[in-house]
Design a protein around this ligand. Structure first.
Ligand SMILES: NC(=O)c1ccc[n+]([C@@H]2O[C@H](COP(=O)([O-])OP(=O)(O)OC[C@H]3O[C@@H](n4cnc5c(N)ncnc54)[C@H](OP(=O)(O)O)[C@@H]3O)[C@@H](O)[C@H]2O)c1
Length: 283
């Protein structure tokens, strides 16, 4: 079987790469010899992540500072790639406001749609077309991973807009996966459950959600193992059991009530805040 590098190398683009699951993808790929283009908004954490990877793995690691809440980001990413041969794109960044939908700022929900829906759409379209063209020219396959969430499997109170965007990523990835696989592009949604990242820890109150929590590296390596195999994948046996329960055993009309109990313990936050605020919030 071809190694991941032989299949999707030599370079991977990770959008939302300075910490959490994105940084874990960067480590997993650098460990396999990939060069990297890492993107995020805050310069300090992203430069630190890139330096750490260069020092540890000796791979070429570029950085791109951009806000994925803006207009179509693909032309900027394409420009930053500067003609380099890439085979893998991971869209990891997300906005995740927490609180009852009607009580949040409308701007927070709109921003969530921008980062979690509009930009992934642009990236799948832009990268997907380039990777398909590359496959036609060279016979080399390409890969795209979108981050979905267990909360995207059913309406989830307290994170209603976020969960809806994660459902959208899942459905987009599965559809495009079936279309693009015969054209040399493997697309997959990684349906993560609770994962121990700064974003996740920031959402916790003392009570905690009581869900099984995975490490970011375990999520990233499981997703990379399954890319090319299927249109979506849930890392972690416990998460697959939870999903089986929510999908298979609990009637749809009850699921949101049960999920709402779990998410009621999350700390309210409003991802519409401007970047400076955001930076001071994430230490
Ligand atoms: N952690 C979980 O429990 C969990 C569960 C299910 C699904 N997921 C999914 O997994 C993904 C990663 O989650 P995470 O917990 O690792 O997130 P995180 O710890 O908050 O990290 C997110 C990364 O994305 C970057 N980012 C955020 N907004 C951005 C923007 N507008 N433009 C550019 N970069 C941006 C952040 O850097 P800057 O702040 O510097 O931009 C950071 O590098 C998300 O798609 C999330 O929905 C996570």
């Amino acid at each position: 079987m071809k190694s991941l590098y032989n299949k999707y190398g030599p370079l991977a683009v990770i959008l939302g790469a300075s910490e959490g699951i994105g940084a874990a993808f960067a480590e997993e790929l650098a460990d396999r010899g990939f060069s990297l283009l890492l993107a995020a908004r805050r310069t300090g954490p992203l430069e630190d992540a890139a330096t750490g990877i260069r020092d540890k793995y000796g791979v070429e690691t570029g950085t791109l500072f951009l806000d994925l809440a803006g207009n179509n980001p693909w032309p900027i990413i394409h420009h930053a790639l500067n003609g380099r041969d890439y085979g893998l794109v991971i869209y990891n960044a997300a906005a995740s406001p927490i609180g009852p939908f009607l009580d949040l700022e409308l701007e927070a929900a709109r921003r969530t749609v921008s980062v979690n829906v509009a930009s992934p759409l642009d990236v799948v379209y832009g990268a997907g077309n380039e990777l398909r063209e590359r496959w036609r020219r060279t016979g080399k396959r390409g890969g795209i991973i979108l981050l979905s969430s267990l909360s995207g499997l059913r309406g989830t109170p307290n994170v209603s807009a976020y969960a809806a965007t994660k459902a959208w990523n899942l459905v987009l990835a599965e559809g495009v996966s079936a279309e693009a696989k015969p054209q040399g592009v493997d697309v997959m949604a990684c349906i993560a459950g609770a994962t121990d990242t700064p974003g996740y820890r920031d959402s916790l109150t003392g009570r905690g959600p009581g869900a099984p929590v995975m490490s970011p590296r375990a999520v990233a390596s499981a997703a990379l193992r399954k890319l090319g195999n299927r249109g979506s994948y849930i890392p972690g046996l416990a998460n697959r059991l939870v999903a089986g329960l929510i999908y298979g055993l609990i009637p749809r009309r009850w699921a949101s009530g049960i999920l709402g109990k779990a998410t009621s313990s999350l700390r309210r936050r409003d991802d519409a805040r401007p970047l400076l605020d955001y930076s001071s919030h994430h230490k």
